[in-house]
Design a protein. Structure first.
Length: 270
């Protein structure tokens, strides 16, 4: 039995959550997962003394997993399997049982998601382990962004821009519907042509202002971003001027060395 394709409603169910976790690890069948759990050392079934290669154990584990994948009833789910699934997939029991959308079993990640409203992926990027110099640069940049008024201005302009573009699309979709309807009409060609032209003109007039407003808001976003990025750049340069100077002179020295060696080689050839 291969992957299931999940919709927003079914993803809340335990078996669908398990399918989703398997899909992320590219595990297609219950037996494939059974092998991985068995080889990882999870004690999920009673051992058989005659099971020298572990095949009997794997088959028994696979049968239990298949029951879990086919059933929405968590009453059939043994606690040892819950613990094994959570440990193997790195997820929380609350996620596995459909009580939260946050997959991580890291309590800090879960808390940060709940407090800030950020997605789990965004939260992991904020707290993931990175070299200290890289993390300092990343966090410094986003800290400046969040400290500035662009925290409010950018989403506000973006929201207005999307609404204008959406209304522009609505008007043009209506024009497409009018053209389709006109082709299906059985009245005289003159009437249909006149009606289509009149309706198209009306909707085009409605669409044009929204197109202009869309570009206006986009321009506001670009101007605001440019202004703030220039301010951030000046602040960054002031803070890291010594390092930047060192990098500049190091690169300049490398170029001069290349020129010197090239000049020396030309002299030697002569």
């Amino acid at each position: 039995m291969g992957f299931q394709y999940l919709d927003n409603e079914s993803i809340e169910k335990f078996n669908c959550r398990l399918w989703n976790l398997m899909r992320k690890k590219k595990i297609e069948k219950a037996k494939d997962l059974a092998y991985k759990l068995y080889n990882a050392g999870y004690d999920l079934v009673t051992k058989n003394e005659e099971d020298f290669d572990g095949e009997i154990a794997v088959n028994n584990i696979a049968k239990r997993i298949q029951v879990h994948l086919n059933s929405e009833d968590i009453q059939k789910l043994q606690s040892r399997f819950i613990m094994a699934y959570c440990d193997f997939f790195g997820c929380s029991a609350d996620y596995l049982l459909g009580r939260t959308l946050i997959e991580s079993n890291n309590p800090d990640t879960k808390h940060f998601c709940e407090v800030t409203g950020l997605s789990e992926k965004a939260t992991k990027r904020m707290i993931e382990e990175l070299p200290s110099d890289i993390k300092a640069d990343l966090m410094g940049f986003w800290s400046d962004m969040l400290d500035s008024n662009i925290f409010y201005e950018l989403p506000y302009e973006y929201h207005k821009m999307c609404y204008e573009l959406g209304q522009y699309y609505t008007a043009h979709n209506r024009i497409d519907e009018i053209n389709k309807a006109s082709r299906e009409m059985s009245d005289s060609e003159v009437f249909v042509s006149t009606w289509r032209t009149m309706m198209e003109d009306n909707y085009l007039k409605e669409a044009e202002p929204h197109a202009g407003a869309y570009y206006l808001h986009m321009n506001n976003i670009l101007n605001n971003m440019t202004e703030y990025l220039e301010l951030f750049a000046k602040k960054y340069i002031e803070t890291n001027q010594r390092e930047i100077d060192g990098y500049f002179f190091e690169k300049l020295h490398e170029k001069m060395e290349k020129v010197r060696w090239s000049f020396s080689e030309q002299i030697d050839e002569k």
